[in-house]
Write a protein that binds this ligand. Sequence first.
Ligand code: ZN
Length: 349
Amino acid sequence: MRAVVLERKGVLSIRDIDLPRTVGPHDVKVAIDTVGICGSDVHYYTHGRIGDYIVNAPMVLGHEAAGVITETGDAVSDLKPGDRVCMEPGVPDMQSRAAKLGRYNVDPAVRFWATPPVHGILTPFAVHPAAFTFKLPDTVTFAEGAMVEPFAIGMQAAARARIVPGDVAAVIGAGPIGIMVALAALAGGCSKVFISDFSREKLAIAGRYPGIEPVQIADETLASAVARATDGWGVDVLFEASGNARAFAGMFGTVRPGGAVVLVGLPVEPVAFDVANAIAREIRIETVFRYANIFDRALALIASGKVDLKPLITGTFAFDDSIAAFERAASGQPADVKIQIRLGAGKVR
Ligand code: ZN
């Protein structure tokens, strides 16, 4: 089967590769229509590793996908061929202690698409457990279906924050995940969400959404913009979505006493932060690793029309142009949020 294969750091090809394709009793086979390129896909391409996950063998990329079911296992009753679906890319060991706690995202044995040594799904067909496959309502396009995965991270962050209606929040970093976090925080009840970045283009995209207030950090720090808007009190929730070590320096000063900091961005190196400041004001610190039991909720919000992710899709490439799509994503165009690759399940079925 043809696939977009990361051969090793910096080398991509579109070629045939042998992938296990047996449909088990609880599995579905999906003809892939659309795959979004994630920051992690690009990072494996340009750096060959993320932390301890190292690309030691050719690996198929891609984990943000939507498509059409072509086959179902004998024990699958709630999905059928022809159903349009999106897939949650991480499959835990359902017998694990983490899975029994409902926190299957932190199961050490979780198998997540395009995370070494697990292949991704930039390929015409994928086999996946039905339990991690979600039917798209008619109003949700394949392109939006492929946005459920990154939006689920924003949703997990909003859930971890335990937002109360009317909260004011701030997000550090206006990349795809930062914007998704801001949108999830608004959907979760925030009255206003500040978002800070250097990139004027990214802030302009985020600022088109009512309720999101962009802060250009060359003009004014986030802490100062927040202090001005809240009479020096601070935001109820601060989301860190940049992964930039420098963001941690003044972080706690932006949060109100008793507020929360939610860490979403992944710093490359360990970072220092001001524990005394956090303790003195009893700041609650939460972390986000992917998501658990969130995909259906993310999809429901998109289907309801309350969250419109379509403006974030800033480029669409054909499967044969996948390498160009990765080049574009790796070049980090300031006005790009999400690049997608269209395989077109209709054609390959
Ligand atoms: Zn992703």
